[in-house]
Design a protein around this ligand. Structure first.
Ligand code: NAD
Length: 244
């Protein structure tokens, strides 16, 4: 089990559950979030450290990684979990600023987080990265097409980058939850209830992240849905032979 966790979106439902779960086994936690008040509260509750981080800013990502290493003497697990949505569709409901924000947080935030974390993990002998994607990153989500597009992008990014870092002792995987009981689905609750859809607890997702991080696999996307064991997304890589 890794000993130092950096979690982005650590003030939110899944992030806070992960922080609590990790700290409960004696791990040290750096909570990185744009929400200072809640982020500090989560960090304080788990005896961890809060670093105000806008994941869409590359320097912020670097500062969070540096703080984890300088404060805790290393870094073992990086959970790139911050996310947002709500840009609407391609008609009158399209919201340009939400569109830019969704791409910046979900896609830039993941790329910048990886760029900050991977060299640092490599320099400290390896570790694990888990990115929170979504079931909406493996199939269509008609209620939020732009969100779904960014989550597909994250799954492709993670699975495509992973092999290049395995020699450095780093695994990179994506967790793809269905609906999870957090603030993010508040507006969808009536439809979720009407559809009789399963809703996982944030801790179920955190448990799956722990399993994925300690499994030793890399370049995989695991789905997690309420009451169902994690399932590996099956499509294989499009590969070229290695250059001699
Ligand atoms: P949440 O809204 O409770 O948490 C999201 C967190 O991300 C918040 O703490 C927020 O402050 C933080 N955040 C937003 N923008 C940020 C930024 N620019 N920089 C740093 N932090 C930022 O929702 P959640 O459900 O816990 O979401 C966590 C992740 O899980 C997200 O990536 C989300 O897309 C994903 N997810 C959620 C569900 C669900 O049904 N709740 C399903 C699948 C995937």
């Amino acid at each position: 089990m890794p000993r130092v966790l950096l979690i982005t979106g650590g003030a939110g439902g899944i992030g806070a559950a992960m922080a609590h779960r990790f700290a409960a086994t004696g791990g040290r936690v750096l909570v990185a979030d744009i929400d200072e008040e809640t982020g500090r509260a989560v960090a304080s509750a788990v005896g961890g450290l809060f670093v105000r981080t806008d994941v869409s800013n590359e320097d912020d990502n670097r500062r969070a990684v540096e703080a984890a290493i300088s404060e805790f003497g290393g870094l073992d697990l990086v959970h790139l979990n911050a996310g947002t949505g709500g840009a609407g569709g391609a008609g009158d409901d399209f919201d340009l600023s939400r569109y830019r924000r969704t791409l910046a947080v979900n896609l830039d935030g993941t790329m910048f987080g990886l760029r900050a974390a991977l060299p640092a993990l490599a320099a400290h002998g390896g570790g694990a990265v888990v990115v929170t994607a979504s079931l909406a990153g493996l199939g269509p989500a008609t209620f939020d097409p732009v969100y779904s597009a960014t989550k597909h992008a994250i799954v492709g990014l993670v699975r495509s980058l992973a092999p290049a870092w395995s020699d450095a002792g780093i695994t990179i995987n994506a967790i793809c939850p269905g609906f999870v009981d957090t603030q993010m689905i508040t507006g969808l609750q009536p439809l979720i209830t009407a559809g009789g859809l399963a809703v996982a607890t944030p801790d179920e997702v955190a448990a799956a992240v722990e399993s994925l991080a300690s499994s030793g696999v890399t370049g995989e996307a695991w789905t997690i849905q309420a009451g169902t064991p994690p399932t590996r997304f099956p499509f294989p890589a499009i590969d070229l032979p290695k250059a001699r």
